[in-house]
Design a protein around this ligand. Sequence first.
Ligand code: KIV
Ligand code: ZN
Length: 517
Amino acid sequence: MAVKKDRLIVFDTTLRDGEQSPGASMNLTQKLEVARALDLLGVDVIEAGFPITSPDDFEAVQAISRELRRPTICGLARCVEKDIVALGKALSPARHGRVHVVLATSEIHRKFKLNKTKSEIVNMAVAGVKLGRQWADDVQFSAEDAVRTEPEFLAEVVEAVIAAGATTVNIPDTVGYSMPWYFEGLIAGLFRDVKNINKAVIAVHCHNDLGLAVANTLAAVRAGARQVECTINGLGERAGNCSLEEVVMAVRTRTDEFPGVTTTIDTTKLYPTSRLVSRVTGLAVQRNKAIVGENAFAHEAGIHQDGVLKERTTYEIMRPESVGFKQSSLVLGKHSGRHALAVRLKQLGFTLAAEKLEVVYERFKALADRKKEIFDEDLEALAETELHTAHEVWKLASLHVSSGTSSIPTATVELTDAKSVRTCDASTGDGPVDAIFRAIERLTRLELKLEDYTIRSITGGQEAQGEVRVQVRHGGTLLTGRGLSTDVLEASALAWLDATNRVLAREARTAPSKRKK
Ligand code: KIV
Ligand code: ZN
């Protein structure tokens, strides 16, 4: 099948569907930071939130609409008047605003979720699009669960919403059920059967439940879809969405398969953007993740290393620099000054205000005392930690742990609170890390349920810094915390405090404190 020579519209939904990943919630400052990075990356459309769902989402869509002038800013609404009105208001400061309305079309959703007939669905979809057009000229309709919808009925809905004024029609694989060849056929069928199809852009939005989100998206592009909906690092509901970095690099690397298909993405910003999203959400990127995983360009086998040294293309289909990877190099040492640190951080993409730079410098000196070689990854981790822990309420003042094969693990923790008052307490636990967490809970009087604990080293070698990430549950919400130190027990304490501080920041924004007295 010949691919139409056209530009691919990249629609990023990291801030909406991506934020629906368990534990990935972001505050307004973090959403703005991600939105600015998406703008620099060159995405065409940023889906900034679902305004009716919470005041936080409303505020995020409004603030991003106010600040970013180049990309189209989009928000989500059900085909319900109150949703569309809230969205229209949130988008009102946007230079290019898009109303995105969604309604399920599959039999299973019609019958069990909506209790609506086919003609009621068509009427609701048309009404939603028409109401959306009262707020914006740019209206997108999504047929939720399109893949499990009868193809003839899907064609009927698509034709009706285009006639009602939809400028983009999205065909989602909401539950990640499709096979690439089925999806290619479904999209090709719409181009064949829907009379007015050329009046709208056809978009696709694929979930990754069977690990096929990128493959399905690319199959749809072959059939003529010209908007791809995706997220950084493939974040999203359940197994996530189509990964932006993968789909963009696939069309760029395989121009033979996608002749003439281009995007406006500055691919050298893919890796820094992936790191930023990982930092603000607290969700680590798996090492072997395509394009942005730490091992994506690492050649381990001797035979591969030998081949790459002789001719890079023997084992490399993309250049690491083309996605923004920098070679790790030994940069600074214990005698380096503030200026050298600031210059190197700037080269790594961090511009820090003077007081933040001072904190990073102090941490850098402390690290240089513990660790002979300081790598770019160490500096990035220090700067990320400082940016990440901007809302500190509790700080670690000191930590003492005693543990062994025949003694009860005990931790003594000293913290300072927001008023710099020091408090100290101790606890036993199942192990040293558990004892630390229990001691911190006694001091902060905030109980968190540990759901996940991971530890990794930032660089190689015995003196490497350890990064601990914890995923905790508080009420119904999952949050993550991150801690960094050459001592993994200290990193664990810092991660627990980071999670605690995030819970407190969230509570301060939303409900009155539910802490135990
Ligand atoms: O997965 C889905 O169907 C969605 C729609 C809102 C596009 O996220
Ligand atoms: Zn989705």
